[in-house]
Design a protein. Sequence first.
Length: 115
Amino acid sequence: VQLQASGGGLVQAGGSLRLSCALSGSIGSINVMSWHRQVPGKQRELVASITWRNSTNYADSVKGRFTVSRDNAKNTVYLQMNSLKAEDTAVYYCNARMWNLIEYWGQGTLVTVSS
């Protein structure tokens, strides 16, 4: 499985961005897709996840602002980020967890929110 993340950039506080994660390979064996983020010097943290049944889960810090979704026809997972805050600044990674618990990571895309 290969993951290609895109959509990061510089945005002002209060603005929006949509991240995309394009999937290829044995995507039929994916159980859960998720977005994580990492700030230098801190641990990578889970932002949002979506299961094969489209059940979603969000970190408390992004609930009501971020939405994770998937387009199976395009083999793409999205993270719509609204009302962005300076503390959302991080490198965002997409992750695929297979049914056999093996995980794959995308290369990361940088989101910078200016206050």
